[in-house]
Design a protein around this ligand. Structure first.
Ligand SMILES: NC(=O)c1ccc[n+]([C@@H]2O[C@H](COP(=O)([O-])OP(=O)(O)OC[C@H]3O[C@@H](n4cnc5c(N)ncnc54)[C@H](O)[C@@H]3O)[C@@H](O)[C@H]2O)c1
Length: 373
């Protein structure tokens, strides 16, 4: 097959970087374009090193900038769209999240039509499916269950609308007479080296003598390792580029999990941190029902104050539900259609992530030492 090129939006992010690394191994790939709003200096340096292996172009720009998207898509054969704002506590502002996640996706789809890019892989999220209630137990959910979030909170709603736009765009006519083929991947909560959530969590605990906050001990989910999620993206793009497989994959969505055992978010953090002296807060936490109604009260206060003051509650009902639900999925459909098997076992994923958490602890100790000298 002739040389091809791939654009990764959000490619400077936690997942995007791992996708870029895996792309390097793809046959006949001539160019990787990485579009991101900002590249951290360490990411820029990492990508500069890769430029000796492949033509890697870093494009700093906004997913809402049509001119930027036009240039980024020109001549690309595949788009992997991971750029998004993840905000489960409404810290960023509703309008911004909706714009970047929904409008940004629509603009990118239109840019693909104009530039005749035939393959579009979208990183969706488990949040488009739920959980809707912490009282509901959902185990081993599969795509045929047609689960759908009922939340109007900006993150789940925007991801739901973005995924819908992507799947509806499957079959669109391209400028050159070709056809656009799309699919969406719905990863569970992603962990691994560089996870912004684990980074924030561990740093907060380090400021608190290694005590990890525990506000999700009733949850039971199957988190997925970042290297496996990146791998699922590669398999999806291979499938959509393969005329024998494309027919069963186009217009479809897939849950992406791996063999990480179902557990609470608290237990995951503890497992990753205990070797480095982290411990769980031994104080009793509020039961979910009480936290839920407290969140509701705070949301009302926020609403009442809104004409005069922008008060953002520290948690909301959606967040409480997320942190206290039993919600696990099966990855059988991805196995069947994409040939997906996790690249990393739970043991490997755990060891790699633990080692990274250890490096955070080391950095923290060194920073403390320099402060005191
Ligand atoms: N982290 C998780 O647990 C998780 C779980 C399920 C799905 N996802 C999805 O995976 C994708 C990647 O998430 P991640 O965990 O790597 O997060 P991340 O924040 O590390 O990566 C997102 C990237 O998008 C970029 N971006 C944000 N706004 C932009 C804009 N206006 N223009 C251009 N780029 C912009 C950010 O700079 C960032 O590099 C997202 O679509 C997210 O919804 C993440």
């Amino acid at each position: 097959m002739a040389g091809w090129s791939c654009l990764v939006t959000g490619g400077g992010g936690f997942l995007g970087q791992r996708i870029v690394h895996l792309l390097l191994e793809e046959k006949d790939l001539q160019e990787i374009r990485v579009l991101d709003k900002v590249f951290k200096p360490e990411v820029r340096e990492e990508f500069s090193k890769l430029q000796s292996k492949i033509k890697l172009t870093m494009l700093e720009g906004d997913i809402l900038d049509e001119q930027c998207l036009k240039g980024a898509c020109q001549g690309a054969s595949v788009v992997i769209h991971t750029a998004s704002i993840i905000d489960v506590v409404n810290a960023v502002g509703r309008e911004t999240v909706m714009k970047v996640n929904v409008k940004g996706t629509q603009l990118l789809l239109e840019a693909c039509v104009q530039a005749s890019v035939p393959v579009f892989i979208h990183t969706s999220s488990i949040e488009v499916a739920g959980p809707n209630s912490y009282r509901e137990v959902i185990q081993n959910a599969c795509e045929e269950d047609r689960l759908e979030t009922a939340w109007s909170a900006p993150y789940p709603l925007s991801k739901k609308l973005a995924e819908k736009a992507v799947l509806e765009a499957n079959g669109w006519a391209l400028q050159n007479g070709g056809t656009l083929h799309t699919c969406a991947l719905r990863p569970m909560y992603i962990y691994g080296e560089g996870s912004p959530f684990i980074f924030a969590h561990m740093n907060k605990a380090l400021e608190n003598n290694g005590v990890l906050t525990h506000n999700s001990k009733f949850s039971r989910v199957n988190p997925v390792y970042v290297g496996n999620v990146a791998w699922a993206h590669i398999l999806a793009l291979r499938a959509l580029r393969d005329p024998r497989k494309a027919l069963s994959v186009q217009g479809q969505f897939y849950y992406v999990a791996d063999d990480t055992p179902p557990q609470s978010y608290d237990d995951l953090n503890y497992t990753l941190g205990k070797e480095w002296g982290f411990c769980l807060d031994s104080r009793r936490s509020l039961p979910p029902s009480l936290r839920y109604w407290l969140a509701f009260l705070l949301e009302i206060v926020s609403f009442l104050l809104s004409p005069i003051y922008n008060y953002q509650p520290p948690f909301n009902r959606h967040f409480v539900t997320l942190c206290n639900s039993v919600f696990t999925v099966s990855y059988k459909k991805a196995q069947r259609d994409l040939g997906y098997e996790p690249l990393f076992t739970w043991e490997e994923a755990k060891q790699k992530t633990k080692a990274w958490v250890g490096s955070l602890v080391k950095q923290h100790k060194e920073a403390l030492k320099t402060k005191t000298h």
